[in-house]
Design a protein around this ligand. Sequence first.
Ligand code: ZN
Length: 309
Amino acid sequence: MLQEEVYRLFESEIENWQLARNKYADLEASVSKRIEFGDFGIDVVCNPARIRSTMVEVQRKLEKMRHLPNNSQAAAAVDSSNDSCFLCSDRRPKEQKSIVVGDFEVLVNPYPIFPIHFTIVYKKHIPQQILPYFDEYLYFTRNLTNFAVFFNGANCGASAPFHLHFQAAEKRYFNVVGDYSTLPRRYFETVEQDDKLTLTSIRKYLRKAFVISTADPLRAKVVLQKYFMPYITDNMLNLICCYEDGQYRIFVFPRKKFRPWQFFEEDPQKRLSISPASVEMSGSFVTIFREHFDRLDANEIVDIYSQIS
Ligand SMILES: [Zn+2]
């Protein structure tokens, strides 16, 4: 069973790979707060485990990014100036082991947002994209039933937009998954429904969110293309999928913009280093700066969602 294998991989990496062990320990030191919006909440997390290098280097990189075009590809070009791709097998740390599944490999993410966090990486260095690999995306969801498998479009949050990958973390950490079960019916509007599939929109949810529920992978793909093709083409889509009660539940977040104006703000007192991706769309804002964590309040969250979604 794939799910048992990935849990075993996680345990052995924590035991044998010091970087991963340290970063998952850092994650335990993260602080969080919850901001309530009536029937649902949004979490804000200050997560030191996301820091990839020294604070001075991080600050320098962020300063560069503030002057680049507002998309993940431009941001990644800064990182890949030394021609390194951290997902390519010949450039990964030798301690990083993997589980091979068809043309993909499952890896432990050494810069975690979640207590168990995997990256599911295509074997070859090809651009981030969803449609040609949608079957594989659902395959992982179907076989990792404790998990949500998520996808960040190449222009709205993918940290490696030039190397195809998904990520996975236990689904209980995704607010949207819980909200789907607990929100009152008035939040939901049926967009399309037949005996095999339902496409629902979640309304008054601060961000635009849709849910495809179906047991049929082919129909899911047809509906995804029918309603979201411009976002797929522009690489401006975040997806979170889990498998429950014999159905795929695919949460779709069409995106208007990658980063909010607060990211680019000249005044450090107003700046917020927030780069919204699937995790933020699901309902958790992640920052590495304590000061930004303190400043993120309900007004900022409403404003950020309205700009990016
Ligand atoms: Zn690569």
